[in-house]
Design a protein around this ligand. Structure first.
Ligand code: SF4
Length: 852
């Protein structure tokens, strides 16, 4: 995709995720925001991610600034650098990423030419540990706002508005905190109010970027609701995303169709904080199930609790690819569940287990939290007893086999929750409780996963921290902290030293805060009143749960949290049952609700551009039996960095996007019927890669399809040919015997090529090693060199030849037994690896005839 010249745009934004690509591209918000900004013709959003540590070291050593993926422009050249703040463990990675981008770490050190560093996400609602590093922090829902901010910043920079004035201008927005101007977390600082908008019925997600490399969650994700009225007292998301807003069935179905067509994914997942609470989940699944089945799309539902599911939902889920079901009782006894206001009783839990076991599930995942306020060893034993009863219930209702995966996390007192003032148990005590449960839960039917409590302690210290926490983050960054959410990169010793240097200690996490004293996040108003939070805390200590709320007009039920959801009006709507002790919230913290005109709901499929569908006469009706076809593809440009499996996924997605889906295997995990000749090593050009595919409905006009498929493929993946192979599997994999490679170095002439070819032919041994295989050691690759000769590589590569590439070598090697990259290395030992151009020209059969 060509990128517009930034000089002609009103504003540019680089969205940075402080984790690696595979994690960042799984983040729903980032994909939505990128799509939304790019929907504006005068704006541009690109993406950058934290590189893996080895790549980060290369960038530092070569003084190469971090760049944006789409254009390769340095991140620091954008008008806005928008950093997602998903959790506290990303703190040091934020600084590491800024440093790699060449942007001064502290806002105070940035000059007019530097971008505006804008943070957003859950952590922006209690940002004291981050404030020195950000020019601005956005609190609340970013959709519908980011594009305006990017335009405002871009236009101001182009007019030469001084940085200070620009930040003042941004700070006039009620949802933006400019730490340098507002006195930040100091008592009395001006409040910033969370931006809250109606959940859009439609948004341009269908145009969202599709990752080339497999992301952790590599699928269409549809947010069906935001916020949660459950009111669990430990759950920050349940408070900072209030009120619960759900999307309509028609809107979700229309978006599912558009997204599947646009992206080519064969997996779709519905998501929200608690998907089972969507009031029309059963109806939604019943609409989506046939739609997905007809397109060979796996339908999944995330955050799906096992109890209280409507029958319709259970019926559909039992017949689609099995979605994992969870129980999140969080605590083992009813007393403690009442303390945390978890609105589920044991009878409901066990009944839910019996229903899902009867429907065919053989496993359920149970989430528990250790260290909750007032927890005792009796509550821990309650966890053990409950797990056993769950397994017994599952066995009695199923076929005798039922297992539980038990996840044990640690309670973290989170800002903006009723438990924000609470203490955590000291670290040694948490470790004792973890060990106690590990011992008591030991069983062949139970798999226990225990989360690292040290990370939780750090979360508490940074999340509730003040300016000293910011100093600790800086110290940890300077000591090398990076990617702390990855256990292999997390160093507790490093963080302890950084905390100590900043005047903090681990013991501080174990201290309770004074509920009457100011907190470092008082200046961020999320709409939930502190009066309500204190009242909830008192109810917790009295073990009194609070009923869940529901702002929908049909079931309006309010516990007066302060957000002031409008009660329904008119005779058709029943009056809301008031919660016990409900009272008006503090008017000084009035609701920041922003009304957004609802987007008209489109009919099924209507939002999608019909031009992306194949003309009816280009797809024949279903063949009987299905026929194998051979495609020949070229892999060049950015596609050379797609690994083998990513390349296969890119081919399948292109077929699906173009409306020519491959046939799929049967069973619970259907796979596309595709055969690739042999994996192409990473970084090599592929000039003519054969791929066989089985079509249920083959193309009626094969000549029209290569161009059509190429238009819908990953950049650098080009379809050259498509032709029928006839009935029966042509066994491409077994037909491939050897491969022809071309290798050249810019500036080398024919004489050099002849000398190298002669030397290779004369060599008795060609010693190679494959660094990826320690057991390989040194091997003699000379017998694998079936052919070697000088070749006019530049002419063979044509437009793909880099400047200066003329003469080089043509090699033929078997596909089995010798890694081609190792062999090329042995032939070109005297060349810098980056200077070499290498391509696989063809795969050959036993007679060394190219397979096409
Ligand atoms: S105002 Fe009432 S309905 Fe709205 S989020 Fe708060 S408790 Fe729920």
């Amino acid at each position: 995709m060509s990128r517009p010249d930034p000089a002609v745009l009103a504003g540019t934004c680089c969205l940075v995720f402080p984790d690696v690509y595979e994690v960042g591209m799984s983040h729903f918000g980032l994909r939505v925001l990128a799509a939304e900004v790019n929907a504006e013709p005068d704006l541009c959003a690109e993406r950058a991610f934290a590189p893996w540590p080895d790549m980060a070291a290369v960038l530092r050593a070569s003084r190469t600034p971090l760049w944006a993926l789409e254009s390769g422009r340095p991140v620091r050249e954008f008008d806005v650098v928008g950093i997602t703040l998903p959790h506290e463990l990303a703190a040091a990675t934020v600084l590491g990423t800024l440093e790699l981008a060449g942007i001064p770490l502290c806002a105070a050190d940035r000059a007019d030419g530097d971008p505006v560093v804008l943070g957003g996400g859950t952590w922006a609602s209690h940002p004291a540990a981050l404030e020195p590093f950000f020019d601005a922090l956005f609190v609340g829902d970013g959709e519908g706002a980011l594009a305006g901010i990017v335009r405002e910043v871009g236009e101001a920079r182009r007019r030469g508005v001084p940085r200070r004035r620009l930040l003042e201008q941004l700070g006039e927005r009620p949802e933006i905190l400019v730490p340098a101007l507002r006195g930040t977390s100091a008592p009395g600082a001006r409040a910033v109010r969370r931006r809250l908008r109606a959940l859009p019925e439609a948004w341009p997600y269908a145009a969202g970027p599709v990752p080339g490399l497999a992301a952790v969650f590599d699928r269409v994700t549809l947010e069906i609701a935001r916020g949660c009225g459950g009111g669990c007292r430990f759950c920050q998301a349940g408070y900072v995303y209030r009120p619960e807003r759900t999307r309509g069935v028609e809107a979700v179905v229309a978006e599912a169709i558009a997204s599947l067509r646009h992206t080519g994914y064969d997996e779709l997942s519905l998501t929200s904080l608690s998907t089972a609470d969507h009031p029309r989940l059963g109806e939604l699944l019943e609409r989506l199930a046939p739609l997905c089945a007809g397109r060979t799309v796996a339908l999944g539902v995330s955050s799906l609790r096992a109890y209280g599911l409507p029958d319709a939902a259970l019926r559909v889920l039992a017949h689609t690819r099995r979605t994992g079901l969870t129980l999140a009782p969080e605590a083992g006894t009813q007393r403690l569940r009442d303390v945390i206001s978890k609105s589920v009783g044991e009878a409901d839990l066990l009944e839910g287990v019996r229903r899902i076991a009867a429907a065919g599930w053989r496993r359920v995942k149970l989430y528990f939290m250790l260290g909750l306020p007032t927890e005792t060893d009796e509550d821990l034993q309650g966890i053990v007893d409950l797990v056993q009863r769950v397994i017994a219930a599952g066995r009695s209702a199923g076929r005798g086999v039922f297992q539980a995966g038990v996840s044990l996390s640690t309670f973290v007192p989170k800002p903006h929750t009723p438990f924000q003032w609470e203490a955590m148990p000291p670290l040694p005590e948490i470790l004792r409780r973890q060990e106690l449960l590990r011992r008591r839960l030991r069983s062949r039917s139970v798999e226990v996963a225990v989360h690292d409590a040290r990370g939780s302690v750090l979360e508490a210290l940074l999340g509730r921290g003040d300016a000293r926490a910011a100093a600790a983050v800086l110290a940890a960054h300077r000591a090398g902290a990076y990617l702390d959410a990855w256990t292999e990169h997390f160093s507790w010793d490093r963080w302890q030293a950084a905390l100590e240097a900043a005047g903090l200690s681990v013991e501080q996490a174990a201290r309770a805060l004074d509920p009457d004293a100011p907190t470092p996040w008082d200046h961020v108003v999320d709409g939930v009143s502190p009066v309500f939070l204190r009242r909830e805390r008192e109810r917790a200590y009295a073990a009194r749960p609070t009923p869940r709320c529901d702002p929908s007009p049909e079931r309006f039920r309010c516990v007066a949290c302060g957000l002031d959801c409008a009660p329904p009006s008119g005779p058709a709507v029943a009056s809301a049952p008031a919660a016990p002790e409900a009272r008006p919230f503090d008017a000084s913290r009035s609701s920041p609700v922003v009304s957004v005109a609802p987007v008209p709901v489109a009919a099924e499929g209507a939002p999608f551009d019909a031009s992306s569908l194949p003309p009816a006469d280009l797809v024949a009706s279903a063949a009987t039996p299905p026929v194998w076809w051979r495609m020949v593809l070229r892999k060049s440009g950015p596609a050379v960095w797609l690994g083998h499996l990513d390349f296969v996924r890119a081919v399948v997605r292109a077929l699906r996007r173009a409306g020519l889906p491959p046939a799929y295997s049967c069973g619970f995990h259907p796979q596309p019927r595709l055969v690739v000749g042999a994996p192409l090593p990473l970084g090599l050009l592929g000039l003519a890669e054969p791929v066989d595919v089985l079509f249920d409905a083959p193309p009626a006009d094969p000549a029209a399809w290569p161009a059509r498929l190429t238009r819908r493929a990953h950049r650098g993946v080009e379809f050259l040919e498509l032709r029928a192979m006839g009935e029966g599997n042509p066994h491409l994999g077994r037909a491939v015997a050897a491969a022809e490679y071309l290798v050249a170095v810019p500036g080398r002439d024919e004489a050099d090529a002849r000398r190298r070819a002669a030397a290779a032919l004369a060599a008795e041994r060609l010693v190679v090693r494959d660094p990826r295989r320690p057991a390989w050691q040194e091997r003699d690759a000379r017998p694998a060199l079936l052919e070697v000769e000088p070749a006019a590589v530049g002419a063979r590569l044509g437009a793909l030849a880099p400047p200066g590439v003329g003469w080089g070598l043509r090699l033929v090697v078997p596909v089995q037994g010798c890694p081609p990259l190792a062999l090329l290395g042995a032939l070109l030992l005297d060349e810098a690896p980056g200077a070499v151009t290498a391509a696989r020209a063809a795969l050959l059969d036993r007679d060394r005839i190219p397979l096409r």
